[in-house]
Design a protein around this ligand. Structure first.
Ligand SMILES: [Zn+2]
Ligand SMILES: [Zn+2]
Length: 271
């Protein structure tokens, strides 16, 4: 699927057990990599939320495609607990192919902060899944006129600028949150999830008979979202990672018929 959310476009696929990735072209990154469709080969930054096959298996294709195309190895960020095994698997694949493959794995822990580019920082947060997993928050730089100068005229501001007076404050504000696979726990824990402009959040299960499944498999159920509907301030809410039990049509229809009015113009069923 492809959606435009303000200044960024999100291209991706997301179905539980099949494949999940979200490619954000403007930011030169993909959240998870799925099976690495060929067009993800040139993407220089891969952020893996966890190592379940449907989210991460594509890194081996990614490395070999880049290698064949004589590109530098891209940066693969992953939960630190997965580092050693991932190195071993990449080395084993390389050995099977009688090649030496270069790669760059960057282990991350909860609370890490990456100075990503001039305008963005990326922070990790704790999610709640069956294996070690991370969520990602992209914060965007905002420059605002300092509060004390808010009533000054255009001319006065120009004069102050000329004198070299610092007239603006720079802050980094929640922009895009990717929750990865998780229960609803991080939503209750972190306010930025409900405040970032764009929220990409899993919603694996929809119907009442799958409520226990959601808990056992550590996934989010649509009811968890509906129960907290009033808390979500996001401009765009991408619900993703639906179970293969549900058809595309059923997902669209079920969500539309069950979410409250306040969410209807902001929720996108993304698969
Ligand atoms: Zn998954
Ligand atoms: Zn998973």
């Amino acid at each position: 699927m492809f959606v435009k959310c303000g200044n960024v476009s999100i291209e991706g696929v997301s179905r539980s057990t099949i494949e999940t990735y979200f490619y954000i072209k403007e930011l030169k990154l993909t959240f998870d990599i799925g099976k690495c469709p060929f067009h993800l080969t040139p993407v220089p930054n891969v952020f893996l939320s966890h190592m379940h096959g449907d989210h991460a298996m594509g890194i081996y294709y990614y490395l070999s495609h880049r290698n064949l195309a004589k590109m530098v190895p891209g940066k693969i960020y992953l939960p630190e607990e997965a580092l050693k095994d991932t190195e071993r698997v990449i080395d084993s694949f390389s050995s099977l192919e009688f090649v030496k493959r270069n790669y760059e794995l960057i282990p991350l822990a909860v609370g890490d902060k990456i100075e990503y580019d001039r305008d963005h920082v990326i922070e990790t947060f704790a999610t709640d899944h069956r294996i070690p997993s991370l969520g990602f928050l992209i914060k965007k730089k905002k420059t605002k006129l300092k509060l004390e100068f808010i009533n000054k005229s255009q001319q006065e501001i120009i004069e102050m600028k000329k004198k070299g007076i610092e007239i603006t404050d720079t802050t980094f504000e929640p922009y895009i949150t990717y929750v990865g696979d998780s229960t609803i726990k991080p939503v209750d824990e972190y306010d930025f999830i409900k405040q970032s402009e764009i929220l990409i959040i899993e919603c694996t299960f929809l119907t009442p008979e799958h409520f226990d499944q959601a808990e056992q498999r550590k996934h989010i159920h649509l009811k968890n979202i509906i129960d907290r509907a009033e808390q979500f301030k996001n401009k765009y809410i991408l619900l993703t990672h639906f179970s293969m039990r549900y058809s595309d049509d059923m997902i669209r229809e079920y969500i539309f018929n069950h979410i409250p009015e306040s969410l209807k113009d902001r929720v996108i069923a993304f698969f």
